[in-house]
Ligand binder design. Structure first.
Ligand code: C2E
Ligand code: MG
Ligand code: MG
Length: 686
């Protein structure tokens, strides 16, 4: 047997590895043949690759080894896969050891060739994938659209060149951030619904890196993982700002008056119909004002169109400025305008607005050196009484406007409702309003006083000042008939000032007359409850040399429903003066109990509507008892107003009420009879 040293075997193996890794084709075949020859010390030997064997896979050794020579043949096989054949020959003899060596070489060769092939295949596969990925990225980057993907929580997972161009952020800056950083403030909610639905096309506003906001058309498609489970979203976006702009321009042309930029008739009709749908749901009132300018036509004819146009533009500006943002003002044609008001509590509020519009025209217009004066005749139709669609309301308001113009005969102040009743109503109110203005100046107002009694001690502890109007023709008018009017016209502020002044004057007289001090309560309405009130109260007390223990202010729950913090601040300033506060008509408003404990209130006044039902009406009894216990819990005194019967008094006494006021004790009285009754029977016995 031919003996080979181990280093020889090792170096053969290393050489074999090298050959398989680095050589191909004939070179490889040549090297493998050489290795076989070396390993077996044969004069001849070769390797034949499987493809060169062709159909001769099972050809016998005779075909490789000359017939007259000794030799060995060995197939190179691994896991049933054939990789060719080794043949060696030319030695005088080959034994079992040689066969064994050649077999080992063949096994090693087969294993190496197989591994190498697998490695090659994988490398090709990777190269393929890389190529495909690169193609796809190129395609994605070539298209103009911006394409981005995000995971299920809205974090960006990929970002193409289109997205870089559109948003101005590079992929490096965008990937990994929440999609919300592209949103415009108003719509930062990430909609979960997108996750499930996908495939939607929508128009959205987004923000660029530069801060610019643009319109984009966006469609979303669900992104799935290899198992088909939702993994996120693909978003396709394209800039549609240009299209939006064109649409807006078209909209402007169709719905705006070119001269004044106000909505035109078509847009007004749309907006009115929309507002009415909302008003219907909220059971609210609304109205349409039809405005026709007085003296516009002669100006236009005399001074020409250019000046006429400028005048209309300025009128439009003044109207717009006189109205609140939610009110709609439109130009219908020529010198006709219309206004829609849809959050009215009562129809007569429309007259206040009509007057405002007329007042806006009082100041003359200065155009190209001309002093121009125009007025307005205004007709009003009311939703839902007169009609429930824009066309009808406009038509009826137009009719009312014509009536206003006739009736007014050149008067700039002419306003008319379409409905005759409302017209009468309005005229009545207008008369009353102008009378009330005079009443304030002519001293037609006076105060009546109604005592308040403490139940426990049976003594008079205070009085409420209640305003009365002694009208020269109509006689005595109750506050219910003029306080709401004073509130809606703003006259309440002057009226309130008068009442406070008068009450303090009277209290000072009683003080000087030697009467023991008692709290004189003055009603203050919500409009009066302004930051200037505390200093006005302080100054009034000062002027009359009155101690603050003489004064109390009654405020209603509606006052508290305004800006709470501001109200509390004003209240604190008043109580700091030593003047007490009571909460009038308690139970009729919607005071939040959690706020109630923060108000520095001395007394809760149970509204007369609850006292009336006592003791027959179980609900009224329950409400009165509840108010009393709330007052006790919060450390406030409780007074019941409108007590007319002994039964009511008994119930209230039993429930723990502190004070009472009502006809059972006394009606409100003029100052003199009040003072008399006070001296004769209400003062505690000395
Ligand atoms: P109020 O402040 O709740 O006044 C109580 C009203 O109940 C008064 O009506 C009073 O005359 C009436 N009254 C008192 N006891 C009885 C009774 O036993 N039975 C019946 N049926 N009525 C009783 P008045 O004087 O007509 O005043 C009505 C409302 O007008 C007042 O309600 C108050 O909110 C307001 N008011 C009166 N004077 C003024 C004022 O000077 N300024 C302001 N802002 N509002 C005032
Ligand atoms: Mg009161
Ligand atoms: Mg009351």
């Amino acid at each position: 047997m031919f003996l080979r040293p181990p280093t020889d075997i090792i170096s053969s193996s290393v050489a074999l590895c090298e050959a398989v890794m680095h050589m191909r084709g004939d070179f490889l075949a040549e090297e493998l043949g050489r290795l076989a020859r070396n390993l077996l010390g044969s004069p001849f030997g070769s390797y034949v690759a499987q493809d060169s064997l062709g159909g001769a896979a099972d050809a016998d050794a005779g075909e490789l080894i000359p017939t007259n020579l000794e030799g060995l043949v060995q197939d190179i096989v691994c896991n049933g896969q054939h990789y060719g054949r080794y043949a060696v020959w030319g030695r005088p003899i080959y034994d079992a050891g040689d066969r064994q060596h050649l077999a080992s070489l063949a096994t090693l060769t087969a294993n190496l060739l197989q591994m190498h092939m697998l490695a090659l295949r994988t490398t090709h596969a990777y190269a393929d994938i890389e190529r495909q990925l690169s193609h796809q990225t190129q395609i994605l980057d070539q298209i103009n659209e911006s394409v981005l993907t995000m995971d299920q929580t809205g974090y960006i997972t990929s970002w193409n060149t289109g997205a870089e161009r559109l948003f101005g952020y590079t992929a490096l800056e965008a990937v990994g951030r929440s999609i919300l950083f592209l949103y415009v403030d108003e719509d930062t909610a990430f909609h979960d619904a997108f996750m499930e639905q996908g495939g939607q096309v929508m128009e959205v506003r987004r923000r660029k890196k530069s801060g610019d906001i643009f319109w984009a058309s966006m469609s979303l498609a669900p992104l799935k993982d290899v198992h088909g489970r939702p993994a996120g979203l693909i978003a396709y976006l394209s800039d549609i700002t240009e299209r939006k702009r064109t649409e807006e321009k078209l909209h402007e042309l169709a719905y705006r008056d070119a001269l004044t930029s106000l909505p035109n008739r078509a847009l007004l009709t749309k907006l009115l119909d929309q507002s009415m749908a909302v008003a219907q749901r909220n059971e609210a009132n609304g109205c349409v004002l039809f405005i026709d300018l007085n003296r516009f036509k002669p100006i236009n004819n005399a001074l020409g169109r250019r000046i006429g146009d400028e005048l209309l533009r300025q009128v439009a500006q003044r109207f717009r400025a006189a109205l609140r943002e939610q009110d709609v003002v439109a130009r219908l044609s020529g010198d006709e305008f219309a206004v829609g008001l849809f959050d009215l509590h009562q129809h007569f509020e429309a007259t206040t607005v009509a007057r405002k519009l007329q007042a806006a025209l009082v100041e003359p217009f200065m155009i190209e050196g001309h002093h121009l004066r125009v007025g307005a005749s205004i007709g009003i139709s009311v939703y839902p009484q007169d009609g429930a669609d824009a066309e009808t309301l406009l038509r009826l308001a137009d009719i009312a406007m014509a009536r206003a113009k006739q009736g007014g005969s050149g008067d700039d102040e002419s306003v008319a409702f379409y409905s005759r009743e409302m017209n009468q109503d309005m005229q009545e109110r207008m008369r009353l309003e102008s009378d009330l203005r005079h009443a304030l100046q002519n001293g037609e107002l006076l105060l009546h006083y109604q005592p308040k009694f403490e139940i426990g001690s049976n003594s008079m502890v205070g009085a409420e000042a209640l305003v009365r109007w002694l009208h020269p023709q109509r006689g005595l008018i109750a506050p219910a008939d003029f306080i709401p009017l004073a509130e809606s016209t703003g006259l309440i502020v002057q009226l309130g000032e008068w009442v406070l002044e008068e009450a303090c004057t009277q209290a000072a007289q009683w003080m000087r007359a030697g009467l023991p001090p008692f709290r004189l309560a003055v009603n203050v309405s919500a409009r009066e409850f302004s930051p200037s009130l505390p200093s006005r109260v302080a100054a009034t007390l000062d002027r009359h040399g009155l101690a603050p223990c003489w004064l109390e202010l009654e405020i209603t729950e509606s006052t508290l429903m305004r800006d709470i913090e501001r109200v509390i601040d004003i209240m604190d300033q008043i109580t700091a003066l030593g003047v007490t506060l009571s909460l009038d008509d308690f139970g009729t408003g919607y005071s939040s109990l959690s706020y109630l404990k923060r108000f520095p209130i001395d007394t809760l006044k149970i509204d007369r509507s609850f006292t009336t039902g006592i003791p027959e009406d179980g609900n009224d009894c329950a409400i009165a008892s509840t108010i009393i216990s709330i007052g006790q819990q919060l450390g406030h005194r409780v007074i019941a107003e409108g007590v007319e019967t002994a039964e009511q008094l008994e119930f209230l006494r039993g429930a723990g009420c502190d004070e009472v006021q009502g006809y059972l004790f006394s009606k409100p009285l003029a100052a003199l009879p009040f003072e008399q009754a006070l001296r004769e029977s209400w003062l505690p016995e000395r």
